[in-house]
Every structure is written in C-alpha cells, then in structure tokens.
Design a protein around this ligand. Structure first.
Ligand code: MLT
Length: 206
C-alpha cells in the first residue's frame, strides 16, 4: 500500500447509504478528536480522519498562521492542494465514493474545508463548517462553480475567535459561487453546543 501523505485513521462504511465523511479537527486536536462525534452524527459512514501536519508550539493544525486570525496565505494554498491530493489518493486506496465526500470540520479544520471548496472543489460534495472564519476570499470573478454542493455554516454569536461578520461573508461567498448554503447562528462561544450537533445531524441525513 503506498504511503498516504497524512497520518490518518480510516474507518470503512457499515452503511453504504451514509455519506462518506472527511473529519478535520481544530488546532491542537488530532485524527481521533472527531471520530465519536462523526459516529454519533452519521452512523455507518466511511470516516477519513487526517491529522494536520503543521505544528504550532506542538499543536497540530492544517495550515500556518502568523497570529490568531492572521493566516500565512501561501501556506494555506499549498496545504489545501496537499490535502486535496491526499483525499484523492485515499479514495483510490480505500475505494470509497469520493464524489459524495462530505467534510465535517471544526475551527481550523472548518477553515481548511472552506479552502478545499474554493481551491479544489472536486474534493468535496458538501461541508459542515463548525465555527469557520474567512481565510481565503477570492474576487467574485475568481470564484469556482460550487453549484450542486451543499454547505452548512454553524456559528456562535459570542465566539471570541471568529469576527462577527465572517459567517455571513462566508455564506455570501459560497452562495455567489452557486452552493446551497445553510447558515445557523447559536447563542454560543467557540465551543460546540447541542444545537450545532442537531443542525449537523439533520444536514448529514439529507
Ligand atoms: C483556530 O484556533 O484554529 C482558529 O480559530 C482558526 C484557525 O486558526 O484556522
């Protein structure tokens, strides 16, 4: 078996009708973090869970940042392509249906999922973005076509990390690109609350 570029966990499907999921953890997490949540939200799904390969003072992430909310954009682009290549290789290797792959990403993981949609839209059919922020913001003429793709943005009204206008800006950007976007804002901070799980479960069962 050729080595896949990210340290990861793969769980095969036990229910072939369930959407295959790409799990993308937040800063300081790893490939184990989102497994229990994913099993709860979408029982029986294929789970592909890579570990971010950037270390920030020992904390794994999916791309570099220069400070809180200040991103190293060339690095974001390069690592988004590396993750897209990993996904394609993993789909071939494990034989799951990459055309239905749905990201479930939290925080930094939600941000790289959004970057995948913008730079390598063929990688994902849909994305659940939990507490995402705007990282890449292509000019309208440079947006890819995301028609046929579904995006859920689940944000916290009192999130101290995500600037208040970002969830709407993201939603608008994805809508302009043709995606079907659901934006939900909860009375919550950066941490997830039961309402996030309820909207994600509903989205994943559609
Ligand atoms: C994080 O702490 O992970 C931020 O909220 C998002 C990011 O840096 O990508």
């Amino acid at each position: 078996m050729p080595t896949l570029s990210y340290q990861h966990i793969f769980e095969p499907a036990t229910d072939l009708s369930a959407l295959p999921l790409l799990l993308l953890h937040g800063t300081g997490g790893d490939e184990h973090d989102l497994l229990p949540l994913a099993r709860q939200l979408s029982p029986g799904s294929v789970l592909l869970s890579p570990r971010g390969d950037v270390l920030e003072r020992g904390a794994p992430r999916f791309f570099r940042r220069l400070a809180e909310g200040v991103f190293d954009l060339p690095d974001v682009e390069q690592r988004t392509h590396a993750l897209a290549d990993f996904i394609a290789a993993a789909a071939r290797e494990y034989g799951f249906d990459g055309a239905r792959l749905t990201a479930l990403g939290f925080s930094n993981g939600a941000n790289i999922a959004a970057s995948l949609l913008l730079l390598r839209p063929e990688s994902l059919a849909a994305a659940v973005l939990l507490r995402p922020m705007v990282v890449l913001e292509p000019a309208p003429a440079a947006l890819p076509s995301l028609s046929g793709k579904r995006v859920l943005i689940s944000s916290g009204e009192f999130d101290p990390i995500v600037p208040g206008d970002h969830p709407n800006r993201l939603a608008e950007m994805f809508r302009r690109a043709g995606a079907s976007v659901t934006l939900r804002t909860h009375p919550a901070s950066h941490n997830l609350v039961p309402a996030d799980l309820a909207v994600a479960k509903e989205f994943l069962s559609r």
